[in-house]
Design a protein around this ligand. Structure first.
Ligand SMILES: [Zn+2]
Length: 296
């Protein structure tokens, strides 16, 4: 097989809109970065000594209804998972993402607009070969009835299963091949969801202040509160798969292997990523301005 080269974005691309949890106006600008720089965020509102935050599982600070990153020096960015998933789906290895506001914009609750914006601008091939995490062993994490298992496979496949009391969701499972454009498109367009009974307590906890029927599916038992229909009969389980793809891209490289996830969530996804990082000796990428000085 020919070596695959790393890629970055051809030109800056901007996304703006409300933040799901903060309700604040948020904006991100995705820019090119040097080969081997990886993905990193720059918190433009941070007054700390260092506003660079590497997109690394080591930097995950919170996993409560979203994935938040912190560099340990006062800079933080929340709700990174859908943009990270889009970068993974488009195949962007290196990017600098300027963040204005506390989190990335939620847009329509899916990764479709991120994928479209990144794809429209296009990617540029870089001089270095793409790193991959080649799974050579069966590895797993579990928490009660939740689990994520990975095994060797020459490709990237994902099996996900979920189970919710609400009968509109119920039990769903699917198998996807991430090398297939149609499976990638199904993942990208799946929207975030929440259950009506959780809305009050999430708002009380200071979350989903920017949540609306424009950016989230809301389910109450067998009822869909959104005026529009589901985008896919398996949209709920697809979205859990999308979140998993985004959280795993915090490893800094795509996985070659077969993943089976039962009732995954951001906390378990992050534990799984950290376990793989330790097992394969993946180090935290540079978090200083060497990533900015290097030419792309
Ligand atoms: Zn999500």
């Amino acid at each position: 097989m020919d070596a695959v080269q790393q890629r970055t974005i051809k030109a800056p691309v901007e996304f703006a809109g409300v933040g799901l949890h903060s309700g604040a106006d948020c904006r991100v600008v995705v820019r090119a970065a040097a080969a081997n720089a990886g993905i990193f965020f720059r918190s433009m509102d941070s007054s700390g000594p260092n506003n660079l935050i590497a997109a690394s599982a080591d930097n995950v600070a919170l996993t409560d209804h979203g994935t938040s990153l912190s560099n340990g020096e006062g800079a933080r960015v929340s709700t990174v998972e859908h943009l990270m998933a889009a970068l993974a789906l488009v195949g962007i290895d290196n990017a600098a993402i300027d963040v204005f506001g506390p989190e990335t914009p939620i847009l329509d609750g899916s990764a479709a607009l991120f994928v479209r914006g990144l794809s429209d601008v296009g990617t540029r091939v870089q001089s270095a070969g793409r790193r991959e995490i080649v799974i050579d062993e069966v590895l797993s994490v579990c928490d009660g009835d939740r689990s994520i298992i990975v095994e060797p496979f020459d490709g990237f496949s994902l099996d996900v299963a979920i189970e919710f009391e609400d009968c509109l969701i119920g039990r769903q499972s699917l198998s996807l091949h991430l090398d297939q454009p149609c499976d990638k498109a199904r993942l990208a367009k799946s929207r975030t969801f929440c259950r009506l009974r959780e809305v009050e307590s999430l708002r009380g906890a200071g979350l989903i202040r920017g949540g609306s029927l424009e950016n989230s599916i809301v389910v109450d038992g067998d009822r869909l509160l959104n005026p529009d229909a589901l985008r896919d009969p398996e949209e709920f389980v697809l979205h859990k798969g999308l979140d998993l793809i985004g959280d795993l891209y915090l490893l800094g490289a795509p996985i070659r292997g077969s993943i089976r996830a039962a009732k995954p969530g951001h906390a378990l996804n992050t534990r799984f990523a950290l376990m793989l990082a330790r097992y394969y000796g993946i180090a935290l990428p540079a978090q200083d301005d060497s990533v900015l000085r290097a030419s792309a």
